[in-house]
Every structure is written in structure tokens, then in C-alpha cells.
Write a protein that binds this ligand. Structure first.
Ligand code: PMP
Length: 388
């Protein structure tokens, strides 16, 4: 069976697989109610959120989570500063514009993140209601400084939304300590599930803001409808507004438990999880370096959840992925429209970050490909860096 090493969806653990491979349970069965409640409780821990923050679990993908965050916080006439680090920042910009808000975009050269000074300057230039950033942009492998952005938002009394689809549970995020308002993700990446769930945690202030909106959100994304449902599930009471993805709720409980049970060296819980991702990312970077490959993102802002790697100039891009696939590993091509054909991407988050053998197989497959395609004069055993 081919190994799925794209930056999401990714391989899931056998325990997660087992937990959702059951006959569909009712959304008001005791089993689902308990899994829903436990998942909402554990989300606070994984997100680093306070007791007054509320998790939301909806059937959907990351894009739904983005739309829900935007539709409940951004009102017509608002001004929003968007820190744009790639393809997914473009997507959320379009969502904000559709709400009738105005946008200032802060960009840097592709592969870099805008400086905090540039963000601060944009926020100071005009009264800003909300700052939005993509924690890790999957199209460029660039990570932003969430804590720094939260400080700017705090100084200017602005709300914050962070798209964590390619980061949540893999990159350090301290929602309460840093004062972030909305952190959203989807199930198919570092959370360790198949696709199908949109996951958000919102601060109490952000939830309150929904009631101030002039332009209501679409009904299926409305916090006013979803809040009582989440509160009921957390209180272990049956509830219904729109049918949840019941099998995936069972998987979510298992996936979040696995994350929180992690151990890495002397570390436990989220500290272990974040340190594990950082360690694996460093090793993967070392392996790419051994193969004479360069990264698209600058090292200062390179994500720990994936590698975005430039094709060496002498390799025909269309050949590399096929070659890697013939070795039984699936990796992804470029995504950013301006530079799509210049790089490829490898995911190393969630369950994959716990499986050295998967990571070794991936590095070996890439080494085999670049050797066969003439980039390496001899085999260098780059995967050895991932040895236990
Ligand atoms: N944001 C980021 C950073 C992503 O990586 C993705 C998916 N790759 C999305 C948003 C959209 O998520 P989905 O495809 O699940 O709708």
C-alpha cells in the first residue's frame, strides 16, 4: 500500500482507524454524546485555550472552518488586516471581501513572512477591527509569529483569526496565553483523522461579537445556532441542529487522546507534541540538505509540519513525483500558482511524525528519485538521520 505523505490528508493511526470503522451511530447515542463532550474538553487543551473559550465541531473541511470564523466575526464595513503568506491567505481574503469588509494585505517575498513591524504599520495606518493570518501556509511552508501578531492586535484592540489547518497540534499555539480569538483547523492533518471535520475554538469575546453583526452569517455556520449545541453536548445532553459526522466524532476522541498522551524525552502532552514536530522537521531538513535539496521557505519561518522543497534545476519536475510514487510513497507537487512548478511538498505531521519508518521510507524514495534522475552522483543514505 502506498504511504500517504502529502501535507494532508495523511496516514492515520490504527487506533483512530478502528474507532470510526463501525456502523454509523446515532448523533444522540450515549457513545457519541460522550465522545463529543470529551473532544470539546480536549480541544481546549490541544488549543491551549482557557475555560471560557468554546470549541465547535462541525461536519465540513478546513474551508468551512475558515468561512465560519469569518462569517461570525467580520461584519460589513469592518476593516481587516491580512498577513498573506500564500494560497490560503488569498482564500480567506476572498471570504472577508464577500462580507463587505475592506482589506489591507501585508505581504513578503514568497517563502518569507512579513515582519512584525510591517504588520504593526498596516494596523496603525487605519482603524483595524480584525487581523487574520495563516499559522502555516501549506502552499509555501511558511509559519507566522502568532504571539507577535497577537501582541499587535492587543495593542490596537483588534480581534484575531488564525488558520491552523496545517499547524494545529503540530506547531506551538497558546490560545489563552497569547490572547488569540479564533483558531481553526480541519481533521485531516496534525489532528490525525480522515477529512470531514471543521474544528474551531473561539474566545468568549469572539462569540459575543456574533451578536453585534449587522450582516448575519449563513445559517449552517451561525454561532448563534451552534453554541447551544456545543454547550449541550459538553453537558452530556442530546442535541440537534444539523447532523454531525458521527463516525468522525468517535475518531476525534481517539485522535485527541493520542495527541495528549504523547511523550517525547522528558516532555508530555502538548509540549511533547510540539517538540516532536520540531525535532522531526529538523531531521527532515537535514535529510534534504544531505540530498543537496533546498527549501522554499526561509529557515527563520520554515514550518515544522511540512517541507516545501525546490526542484533541483537539472531535474524535470514532472518526473520526480511519479518516481517517488513508484517507490510506494505519495508526496505532493507545488500549490502556489506563481511558483507551482518549482517545488514539491512532503508532510511530516500528526501520526506521520510519530512513525520514523514512514519518514525514512519517504526520504529513501526521494533519494532514489533524485539519484535516478541524475541529481546525485552516488547514494548518500540521507534517511539515516532519522534512525532511532
Ligand atoms: N488552510 C490551510 C492552511 C490549508 O492547508 C488548507 C487545506 N490544505 C485549507 C485551509 C483548506 O482546508 P480544506 O481543504 O480542508 O477545506
Amino acid at each position: 500500500m502506498d504511504l500517504l505523505m502529502i501535507p494532508g490528508p495523511i496516514e492515520v493511526s490504527p487506533t483512530v482507524l478502528e474507532s470510526y470503522s463501525v456502523r454509523p451511530p446515532s448523533h444522540v447515542s450515549n457513545k457519541v454524546i460522550e465522545a463529543f463532550a470529551r473532544s470539546l474538553e480536549m480541544m481546549r487543551e490541544v488549543w491551549g485555550a482557557g475555560e471560557d473559550a468554546q470549541g465547535f465541531i462541525l461536519a465540513g473541511s478546513g474551508t468551512h472552518a475558515m468561512d465560519m470564523a469569518v462569517a461570525n466575526l467580520v461584519d460589513t464595513g469592518n476593516h481587516v488586516v491580512i498577513v498573506n503568506t500564500g494560497y490560503f491567505s488569498d482564500r480567506i481574503t476572498e471570504m472577508v471581501l464577500r462580507r463587505g469588509a475592506t482589506v489591507t494585505t501585508v505581504r513578503a517575498e514568497l517563502g518569507h513572512t512579513p515582519t512584525l513591524e510591517a504588520i504593526e504599520e498596516a494596523v496603525s495606518a487605519q482603524l483595524t477591527d480584525i487581523i487574520i493570518a495563516t499559522h502555516v501556509d501549506t502552499s509555501t511552508g511558511v509559519r507566522v509569529d502568532v504571539e507577535g501578531i497577537c501582541k499587535i492586535a492587543d495593542e490596537h484592540d483588534a480581534f484575531t483569526i488564525f488558520d491552523g489547518v496545517c499547524a494545529t497540534a503540530g506547531e506551538r499555539f497558546e490560545m489563552e496565553n497569547w490572547g488569540a480569538d479564533v483558531y481553526l483547523t480541519a481533521s485531516q492533518k496534525a489532528i490525525g483523522l480522515p477529512p470531514g471535520l471543521a474544528l474551531l475554538v473561539m474566545s468568549a469575546d469572539a462569540i459575543e461579537e456574533r451578536e453585534q453583526l449587522e450582516l448575519p452569517p449563513p445559517m449552517s455556520l451561525d454561532v448563534r445556532h451552534w453554541l447551544p449545541i456545543m454547550q449541550a453536548y459538553e453537558a452530556r445532553r442530546p442535541s440537534y441542529f444539523a447532523t454531525p459526522a458521527t463516525n468522525l466524532i468517535l475518531a476525534l476522541e481517539t485522535g485527541l487522546e493520542e495527541i495528549l498522551d504523547d511523550e517525547f524525552g522528558a516532555l508530555t502532552g502538548m509540549d511533547a507534541r510540539f517538540a516532536r514536530h520540531e525535532d522531526i522537521a529538523n531531521k527532515m531538513r537535514e535529510a534534504w540538505h544531505t540530498l543537496g535539496l533546498e527549501l522554499l521557505p526561509h529557515l527563520d519561518c520554515a514550518a515544522n509540519t511540512l517541507s516545501a522543497i525546490l526542484y533541483p534545476p537539472e531535474i524535470e519536475p514532472s518526473l520526480l513525483l511519479g518516481h517517488v510514487k513508484s517507490q510506494g510513497v505519495i508526496i505532493a507537487g507545488g500549490l502556489h500558482p506563481e511558483i507551482k512548478h518549482t517545488y514539491f511538498r512532503v508532510g511530516h505531521m500528526g501520526y506521520s511524525a510519530t512513525q520514523l519508518e514512514h519518514l525514512q521510507r519517504t526520504v529513501e524514495a526521494v533519494e532514489h528519485a533524485v539519484f535516478e534522475l541524475g541529481h546525485l552522483p552516488e547514494r548518500v543514505r540521507a534517511a539515516d538521520v532519522l534512525e532511532l
